[in-house]
Design a protein. Structure first.
Length: 211
């Protein structure tokens, strides 16, 4: 086979691979819908510590707060209405926290606020909530140094997060950054491999011609 034919075939194969990767990326993108921070209200609970008692009361508060807010927001159609309802019921959320702490026999300070909170990227089915600042109910128990838990209060998706278990911000963020770094490294390795492959083939072709 002539060297020019080999070069043409290799180039065609390279173009096909690039085209396939592009189409795959587009297909994956169409399967997911990205939700902006303006369309959601979220919940974050910071546990006092990782002690069993602190984590148990955190989960109890999570369940009670989610149940209460779900009842308030069941007939709401817009995120603005949900903001008004939630912000006007912060005292009720504080009562829930106080009752659960008392029931658990824990003397902890706590703080409940409706404010801007930073969240990492989260996927719920085909819905993607990108990393960013969201309006959220932030509940800090004691020192707030334990594993934290988050979900989407409006539209209500907390039940999905409950099924998935705990979420730790530092682990999520680190994992996300690590995945991005690994992807970047993989792309670089592939690029170098392709360059080296073509260079090696060209060297062999030109060597054979000179021989």
């Amino acid at each position: 086979m002539k060297p020019t034919v080999i070069i043409y075939l290799l180039f065609s194969l390279f173009v096909l691979v690039l085209s396939w990767e592009e189409q795959s990326a587009k297909a994956v993108a169409t399967l997911h819908q990205e939700i902006s921070a303006e369309e959601a209200i979220r919940l974050r609970i910071l546990g006092n510590s990782d002690a069993i008692g602190d984590q148990a009361v955190k989960r109890a508060i999570r369940d009670q707060v989610n149940e209460a807010i779900s009842e308030w927001a069941v007939e709401l159609d817009s995120v603005e209405e949900a903001k008004d309802v939630i912000s006007s019921n912060l005292s009720a959320i504080e009562e829930i926290v106080a009752e659960e702490l008392e029931r658990a026999g824990l003397e902890q300070t706590y703080h409940v606020e409706f404010t801007d909170v930073q969240f990492p990227t989260k996927l719920y089915g085909n819905l993607v909530y990108p990393a960013g600042v969201y309006d959220a109910v932030l509940i800090t128990l004691g020192e707030g140094k334990g594993e934290n838990w988050w979900c989407v209060l409006f539209p209500p998706l907390c039940f999905l997060e409950m099924a998935n278990g705990e979420a730790v911000e530092s682990a999520q963020d680190t994992g996300s950054e690590s995945e991005q770094e690994e992807e970047a490294e993989d792309e670089v390795e592939v690029a170098f491999f392709v360059v080296e492959l073509f260079s090696s083939l060209f060297d062999r072709i030109f060597s054979s011609e000179q021989a």
